[in-house]
Every structure is written in C-alpha cells, then in structure tokens.
Design a protein around this ligand. Structure first.
Ligand SMILES: [Zn+2]
Length: 496
C-alpha cells in the first residue's frame, strides 16, 4: 500500500470493536475516510485529521431504530437529538399504518395520524424524499408506506371495504412508493381505518411488497386478550403472500395475558421453520404509549396523559387524578381530553426481557417526538438495552445485543453496507462506555439524554455530542430482499 493511502479523516483509536455480526469484540482502531470505514485493526502508522481515543470504550456500528414515528420530524426538527444522543444513526419510519405519504383525500382523516405530529403530509415517496434531502437530516431514514394512508388516499370512505378498483389503486400506489425507494409497508390493525381490512386486502398489498423483496410490518389487531390470534393473522398474511413479516413492538398487555408470548414466539418460530422471513421488535419498557383510547379506562389501572389538545394543563398527569379533579369517572375524563395521547402501564417487564431475548427480536424505539410529555422510550430505548438489560440484567452478551440493533435490522430492511463495521461499509459508528452507558429518561422526566454515549458518526461525520455544520443523513432505499437472519443465544458465530 502506498503511504499516501494511509490517510484518514477520522481515526477512532484503541477501542473494543464490536462489528455488529455477534462475533466477540476485538481491540483495535477504526479508520474513516470519505464517509466510509476504510480500515480496521492496528492503524498506528495511519495519519488522521481527527483522532478519538476510545481506550476502554466500545466502538460499534450506529444503531438502527426499526420503529420510528419521526416521519415529519425530519421536516420539523431535522437535528433529531433524541436519536443521536442514544447512538441511533438510522431510523425506519412509517410504522403502525401511518406515514408522511401518500396524503389523504380531502376530508379523510385518522386519529392515529396524531402519532406523527401535524405538519402537512406528502403526495408520494418521491416528494417526501426530496423534502427530507433538501433539509439534510442529522441521521439516515428509511420509510415504510402506511396502510392507513393508502386507504385514505384512495377510498372516499376509508372505513368501507375497498372495491376492486380501490384495491388496485392502493396496490398501484404501494408499487410506486416501493419503486421510489420505500422499504416496505406497515399496517396498524388496531387503529381506524386499518382495523377494517380483511385478509384479502392485506394479502394483495403484501404480494406487491413481496414482488419488491420488501416486507410488511404490523401493529397487530390486539395486543391483549387475542394477542395469539392477532400474531397468527399477520403471519398468515405473510405466509399466503410470501412476504416477509415483522410484528411491531410485540407485547402482551393486561395481567391476564402475561406469559402468552411463549405461544406467540413459538408461532413465530414455526413460521420461520417453514421458511418465512418473520421477525419482531420491542421497546424495553413495561408501559406502552399511543393516542388516548377512552375505553381503556375500564381495563388499565394506570394511564398517564402525554398530551391533550383541549387540556394541555393535564400533560403528564395520571388519568385518575384528572378524573378526581374534575369529579367524573375516568372514561368521561378521557373523552374530555381528546384528542390526546397516553401511556398505559399494562406490561410485565420480565416478559419484555423474554421477548427481547428471542433471536429475531430487534429494537424499535416507537418514540413519539410530537408528544408534549412523551414516553421515555423516545430518548432512552437503545441505552436502556445496553445498560439495564444487558449490563445489569445480563440478558445476553453485549455482542449479541449490538447485533440485534445493527446487522440484523440492516438485513431485514435491506440496508446495504449498514449495520456492520467492515471495510467499505458506511461509517455509521457509535462509541460508548460499556461500564456506564445507560438511559436517563424516566416517566417523570422523559426527555433526559442518555449517559455513556461518547461519540456518534453518520456517514463519516460526527453528529454527537457536537452537531456538525452540515448534517450528513441520507434517505436509505432497499438494496436487497429482506433476509431475516437471527442472532442465536450462546453462539459466538455470526449468523449473517
Ligand atoms: Zn404501533
């Protein structure tokens, strides 16, 4: 090699390199030039414009958040500091059936769109991509197409059953979006209007996604009493259409259903044994969060308000306290708060541990950046995995946890040269202290940044702790078919 080639933009020196493929860490240097990782190992005779001493720190691929609702934040707040501060360098948006495109027909609306915030939506993936690129985001983004958007963009009555023409129009819209770079589509079968979908509608759309080698992700119909049937419903859509399938933020809500993930995970294993590309993700908390659903006042004891349009003074309050203050029952109070959002405390964290330990489970923050008093998962999901879940609870070796946040999602979403630290890969890199890294966001103080994340690079440009003059994020397209490999427990060999 010529001496001239031994020049780097950045050298991250003397760290423990965890490369994303679940193999044991190795000590060494990581060399970055022109946005890519160009060398790994002993780079002591390489020169660099900037050298970062990573002694005793872990150097890993930047984390891929499989489940974001940051679609419109790429327009409104492109600095995205709730992502970079926990080491996230790419996020998949467009989840739970709602996305920034295609925009609904005039007059159509869905309450779940509130998960995204209230900026105007875009007509197409192409328009969304152009708008994001124009603003230069801080991190990379890959987009799913929301099924609710497809219904609302095509059907005069999105709560009806689509006619043959409407079905074809939805499939065409999806086909166009996937051709323009969307990485798959999502359903929100628990929300209107997605809940109105019959299997044939979903299978028709999934067949389009399968043709592109992409996947469908699903916020399943019911995460409580019929969680097993609801997982089977989306697996059967995948099976019948040969489409890769991801069960989003998998959980079993309400004490009567705790433990049922044994059955749902076994079902996912059976589907995989049959050859299906089936995966799942979680966020590491025992509380969930979405729009406020007044009926839940009867089944869930503790509900905390995250935002309320008519009563912002109730943000952060427990629904019971609001009801007491207003002298009414909890459901009545909830109806008065609408439109609103809430956190529901109805999960068993030891079950979250078990689900996360499944070899095909990834991490999706499901963060809701538009909420006034958000669920702490927005700021803390990935560092909560590294600290409380891996270092403190010892759920798995750090290498395996990192693989679930990097190479595994890159393979599922077809993100080429991402999720690994190898020569030629994009230089999405996080440096963290394995002894101290942890989440700090709490239910009471949900926007506290994490500790122990020392440096984050996106496409070779450092984005944390200092923000760069020019934001380096890109819109990512699918480069290859969904490959749902797994990160096996107790195995030191890579499964990618
Ligand atoms: Zn969801």
């Amino acid at each position: 090699m010529q001496q001239d080639d031994r020049r780097l933009d950045v050298k991250i020196a003397n760290g423990w390199i965890i490369d994303g493929t679940a193999t044991p860490r190795q000590q060494g240097d990581v060399g970055i030039r022109a946005g890519r990782v160009v060398a790994l190992g002993d780079l002591s005779d390489w020169t660099a414009d900037t050298t970062i001493d990573a002694t005793a720190k872990v150097v890993a691929p930047g984390f891929i958040d499989t489940h974001g609702h940051d679609d419109l934040m790429f327009i409104e707040k492109p600095a995205l500091d709730w992502k970079t501060s926990q080491g996230i360098t790419s996020v998949v948006v467009g989840n739970c059936g709602v996305s920034a495109f295609p925009a609904p027909l005039p007059g159509n609306h869905a309450a779940a769109l509130a998960l995204l915030g209230d900026s105007p939506l875009f007509d197409s993936m192409t328009d969304y991509t152009q708008a994001v690129q124009k603003l230069s985001p801080m991190i990379n983004v890959a987009a799913l197409v929301g099924h609710a958007n497809l219904r609302m963009a095509v059907m005069a009555d999105p709560m009806a059953t689509p006619t043959e023409e409407e079905q074809q129009a939805m499939e065409r819209l999806l086909d166009n979006a996937l051709t323009s770079g969307a990485v798959g589509f999502s359903t929100g079968l628990a929300y209107e209007p997605g809940c109105m979908a019959q299997p044939s509608e979903l299978e028709g759309l999934a067949a389009v996604a399968a043709k592109h080698g992409s996947l469908h992700t699903s916020h399943i119909r019911n995460e409580g009493d019929t969680v097993e049937e609801s997982v089977e419903e989306v697996l059967s859509v995948g099976r019948d259409s040969q489409c890769a399938t991801l069960v989003s933020h998998h959980k079993c809500m309400l004490p009567a259903n705790w433990g049922r993930s044994r059955h749902t995970l076994a079902n996912i294993d059976r589907a995989r044994a049959e050859g299906m590309e089936a995966t799942l993700d979680i966020y590491p908390y025992s509380g969930s969060s979405t729009i406020l659903i007044p009926e839940r006042a009867h089944t869930i004891d503790r509900i905390r308000i995250t935002w309320s349009e008519p009563h912002p003074e109730c943000n952060g309050m427990d629904l019971s306290d609001v009801a007491e203050q207003w002298g009414c029952d909890r459901e009545t109070a909830a109806r008065k708060l609408l439109p609103a959002g809430a956190i529901y405390f109805a999960m068993d964290e030891s079950e979250v541990h078990r689900i996360f330990s499944h070899p095909c489970c990834m991490v999706g923050s499901d963060g809701l950046p538009a909420d006034a008093q958000p669920h702490p998962r927005l700021w803390g999901s990935f560092t909560r995995i590294l600290g409380p879940y891996v270092r403190e609870a010892g759920l798995m070796p750090l290498e395996q946890a990192v693989a679930k946040m990097t190479a595994l999602p890159a393979s599922v979403f077809g993100l080429k040269d991402r999720g690994v630290l190898q020569e030629g890969a994009w230089a999405d890199v996080v440096v963290f202290d394995p002894e101290t890294v942890t989440d700090c966001a709490t239910w009471e103080q949900p926007t506290l940044p994490s500790e122990g994340v020392e440096a984050v690079f996106v496409n070779g440009v450092q984005v944390f702790p200092q923000a760069p003059a020019q934001r380096p994020g890109q819109v990512l397209n699918r480069a290859f078919a969904a490959k749902a490999k797994s990160v096996e427990q107790g195995s030191s060999s890579p499964s990618f």
